[in-house]
Design a protein around this ligand. Structure first.
Ligand code: ACO
Length: 428
């Protein structure tokens, strides 16, 4: 017998169907609640709201599980690479050898930016935040691809995907060069996705940068670990924009904007700044932990806590191991890594963090890897955006292909003034 939930209000009971996901998650379907009872539901911050049915990513926050298309993140990060993972996330299956070759060829054809987009960089101040540049430039792609506004066939979708995944790298590299006052020079790199990006970023005319294989692999791993994370703030934003049938470029540009905030993707930059602050001030680990717990303080341990994970973020575990490996390989020791490890140890044995189930999240150690590779701190969130692009594209696709899709339009409970006249309002 199908589960039902009974909601009683004003002495009237209403039956709501219960939806059960493939992993046994249950949701009460309240789509008809308003028409049947006159009530809507209220869920500040959407912490308890399922906004869609999706086949892309599964998370069990209590058990610390993350799977893309059914495959555990630990297995994927060991056996796959970013392009294969991106393909899996977007199309729901691994590419054949020929499909992968064709997709990579399409990405190579679309690696460069049109001249008018390159010239646009000159309009940005050199100290512009790289996320501001990224969201603008991705939206600017809409100006160049009118033919991809209405995607009705698989060929056009594959082309739009190749354009986005390929060009985002060069936009990031040009942002870096523009900020440093360097010529916008594009070095077509060799190797995998991350190696090519590093080559675009750090090559100058006459000085070609060839990424160390282990360093490129570490960045590729970061991209895999960031590739999707179901209905987080930025992905929900992409779906929200997609629901109005807006094009893929503008929807993913909105995703970049949502990612920027320090409670979301911006946390990787905030973690590094926090660790540097601790190092420079000489504050003790105990005093930092105590600051988090002060009742009137809004200080938070950046890179700790998660809306969904009430256990270890499985990505953080993998990144911590990778972090040690990269520093070893580069022969670097970073005092910030020791501060991070000491903070983690202190927090995990402190009842404030234990009781609230606050564990290190994906951003806690990722910045230390990026810093070791030479990525400037204000570009950390751009790296996150590059990694998250397949997830945004897949979620846009799923929204776009849903024959039952409706425009996203939440309701609200109005708490403002009751009807009053213009004159009364002016009197204040
Ligand atoms: N440091 C100290 N206290 C914290 C932290 C933290 N990092 N995170 C949550 N808390 C406390 C809150 O103060 C609150 O305490 P209270 O119950 O005494 O009021 C309690 O834990 C619950 O916190 P909420 O803000 O309700 O949790 P929410 O699910 O809304 O927020 C978030 C999750 C935004 C990730 C939060 O944990 C946070 O701000 N973390 C730091 C920023 C961060 O690392 N963001 C990256 C998240 S991962 C990602 O987006 C890629």
């Amino acid at each position: 017998m199908q589960d039902k939930a009974i909601i009683t209000n004003d002495s009237k009971s209403t039956e709501c169907p219960v939806i059960i996901g493939t992993e046994g998650e249950k949701a009460i379907d309240i789509a008809k609640l308003r028409s049947q009872t006159g009530c809507i539901t209220f869920d500040d911050g959407y912490g308890n709201t399922g906004s869609c049915l999706s086949k892309i990513t599964f998370i069990d926050g209590d058990l610390g599980i993350l799977r893309y298309r059914g495959i555990d993140i630990a297995e994927l990060s060991e056996k796959s690479d970013f392009i294969e993972t991106a393909y899996l996330i977007i199309w729901g299956r691994f590419p054949t050898a020929d499909e992968r070759k064709a997709f990579e060829a399409q990405m190579a054809e679309n690696a460069k930016l049109p001249d008018s987009m390159t010239q646009q960089f000159e309009g940005f101040p050199k100290d512009a935040h790289p996320m501001a540049v990224l969201t603008s430039m991705i939206n600017a792609m809409s100006c160049h691809h009118h033919d991809l506004f209405e995607i009705k066939d698989e060929k056009s979708f594959a082309r739009a995907t190749a354009i986005l995944l390929s060009k985002i790298r060069l936009i990031a590299a040009y942002t870096y060069k523009h900020a440093n006052g360097d010529a916008l020079f594009c070095q077509q790199g060799e190797g995998g996705y991350a190696a090519q990006f590093l080559s675009m970023m750090f090559s100058w005319p006459g000085k070609r940068y060839v990424a160390d294989a282990d360093v490129a692999r570490a960045l590729d791993l970061l991209f895999i670990l960031h590739a999707d994370h179901e209905q987080n703030c930025s992905t929900s934003t992409v779906r929200m924009v997609a629901s109005s049938e807006a094009n893929l470029f503008t929807a993913t540009s909105a995703g970049v904007s949502a990612l920027w905030g320090k409670l979301h993707g911006g946390a990787n930059q905030a973690v590094l700044e926090m660790l540097e602050g601790i190092k420079n001030s000489g504050d003790s680990i105990e005093s930092v932990i105590a600051k988090c717990k002060q009742k009137d303080s809004d200080f938070r341990l950046m890179g700790f806590g998660h809306r969904v994970y009430k256990n270890f973020d499985p990505r953080a575990k993998i990144i911590k191991v990778a972090c040690d490996k990269v520093l070893d390989k580069l022969g670097k020791s970073d005092p910030l890594l020791q501060i991070a490890k000491d903070l983690e140890k202190a927090a995990l044995s402190d009842s404030y963090f234990v009781d609230r189930k606050l564990y290190p999240n994906v951003d806690f150690y990722s910045g230390i890897i990026m810093r070791a590779i030479g990525i400037p701190t204000n570009m950390f969130t751009v790296m996150f955006a590059i990694g998250r692009m397949p997830g945004w594209i897949a979620n846009w696709k799923e929204t776009n292909e849903n024959p039952k899709a409706r425009i996203y339009r939440p309701r609200q409970i109005y708490m403002g003034p009751k009807l009053r006249s213009y004159e009364d309002a002016k009197k204040g």
